[in-house]
Design a protein around this ligand. Structure first.
Ligand code: IFM
Length: 448
């Protein structure tokens, strides 16, 4: 690790391709706000907020007000010198009933956004689903309902038809294992077969939705480049006795989606559990040709056995002496290198790192600046790990920081900040942090 103060050095990047892409990622619900404007309907995350389930009773109602301030945010991207920007479309904004009649006002927002991104010389990467399922569809069972795969494909077709003249990079899902595991997996008791059933149904239907959306986009967008974005963290047992739990966690967390999507089979540890939900031909429906695999990575997942729980495992303590971010996520750059090598070898696809970053509790100092050296040190070491993996033969083609802005960090609300840019929520003022300038310098030095 680099010293924690006054970090200015850039990481080694000599092993990266000459056409390596530098970007940042965001998602609709986390930044847009305007949740009740222009015909948008509630998503499951609006419902969670209304139920008071988010820390500090936060909601996504305003978030970063990106819906109104997107021009300012594109100017930030330009200042960074980005080559690419990943955002997601809010399904409930463009299809308020989840299916059926499109909402022109919602569609027009993404026209303006995409046109602005392109005018800034930045390539738009469009993710179809970053967790904001329309509530109306959840009321029908959401991903536990097999029909949801078809609803998703129809939504993908609408998006591809509308933006495919300008957008060529499409991701189907962001981190399917996270929203299924945290939505249906963790919690509950052993013997809760109904709960487990919902998890397995959701996993399978998301996979079916992926395959159908790949076809829908491919058919409509000539020259499209399509993938799915996986949260892939090597699973480590918290203690030697947790080895089996770590293996099972790996099957659910890391492999339940890319294995069927890219290799045509479920991991052997969960195969039997998936079978009751599968119909003849499903694996072929899921394994549609993709162009790349997206990896989001933060640190290894430590796993403990939890006897009596629904899955039998949960996230556990990290090993002693492993440093952590301010929100307690382990910092192990070598595990990132190993993850990238594992993914590149296992799936044989070009890899894009589509999220990586550090969450903290950044504050303005007396001069009104945010000197986030800890984030810079983290990014330095993790980008160094990308370089190491590339040097060891992994075909890695791009790296996107999570995130452009501080934003709505799901159940943690606004209390956790991942941005290169500080957002002063009461005024919505954007203040580039030290890491913003550091990343800009890196992109400049890379000169791709
Ligand atoms: O904020 C999230 C993002 O939405 C998905 N990946 C992890 C990030 C940090 O928790």
């Amino acid at each position: 690790m680099l010293p924690r103060d006054g970090v200015t050095q850039l990481p080694p990047i000599a092993a990266l391709r000459r056409d390596f892409i530098w970007g940042v990622s965001t998602s609709s619900f986390q930044i847009e706000g305007a949740t009740r404007e222009d015909g948008r309907s509630p998503s499951v995350w609006d419902t969670r907020g209304q139920k008071g389930l988010i820390a500090n009773h936060d909601t996504g109602d305003v978030a970063c007000d990106h819906y109104h301030r997107y021009r300012e945010d594109i100017a930030l991207m330009q200042r960074l010198g980005l080559q690419a920007y990943r955002f997601s479309v809010a399904w409930p904004r463009v299809l308020p009933q989840g299916r059926g009649l499109p909402n022109e006002l919602g569609l027009a927002f993404y026209d303006r956004l995409i046109d602005g991104i392109l005018a800034a010389g930045i390539e738009p990467w469009l993710c179809l689903y970053h967790w904001d399922l329309p509530q109306v569809l959840d009321d029908l069972g959401g991903w536990t309902n097999r029909d949801c795969a078809g609803w998703f494909a129809d939504y993908a077709a609408l998006v591809a038809d509308r933006y495919g003249d300008r957008v060529k990079r499409f991701a189907t899902f962001n981190e399917p294992s996270i929203f299924t595991l945290f939505g249906y997996g963790f919690g509950g008791d052993a013997g809760d077969t109904a709960g487990l059933d919902l998890l397995h149904r959701a996993i399978h239907h998301v996979n079916l939705g992926h395959g159908a959306a790949v076809d829908a986009v491919r058919e409509r967008v000539p020259g499209s480049s399509i993938g799915c974005i996986h949260n892939y963290q090597l699973c480590r047992p918290s203690t030697p006795g947790d080895a089996q739990a770590a293996e099972l966690c790996d099957a659910y967390w890391n492999r339940a989606f890319p294995d069927p999507q890219c290799l045509g089979s479920y991991p052997s540890l969960i195969q039997a559990a998936m079978e009751p939900h599968m119909q003849a031909g499903d694996l072929a429906r899921i394994q549609r040709p993709v162009d790349w695999i997206g990896v989001n990575h933060y640190g290894p997942t430590f796993v403990k056995t939890v006897p009596g729980s629904r899955l039998g495992f949960a996230t556990g303590d990290r090993w002693p002496d492993i440093p952590a971010t301010p929100i307690g996520w382990p910092i192990v750059p070598e595990a990132f290198r190993d993850t990238l090598l594992t993914v590149a070898k296992r799936y044989g696809l070009p890899v894009y790192v589509l999220e990586n970053g550090l969450g903290g509790h950044d504050k303005l100092d007396q001069s009104g600046a945010v000197i986030d050296n800890e984030r810079i040190a983290y990014l330095h070491d993790y980008i160094g790990a990308v370089n190491d993996a590339a040097g060891a033969g992994a075909d890695i083609r791009g790296y996107f920081v999570w995130s452009l802005l501080d934003n709505f960090e799901w159940d943690s609300g606004y209390g956790v900040r991942f941005g290169l840019t500080y957002v002063d929520y009461p005024t919505q003022k954007r203040i580039p942090k030290a890491s913003f300038h550091w990343y800009r310098d890196l992109i400049k030095a890379a000169g791709t």
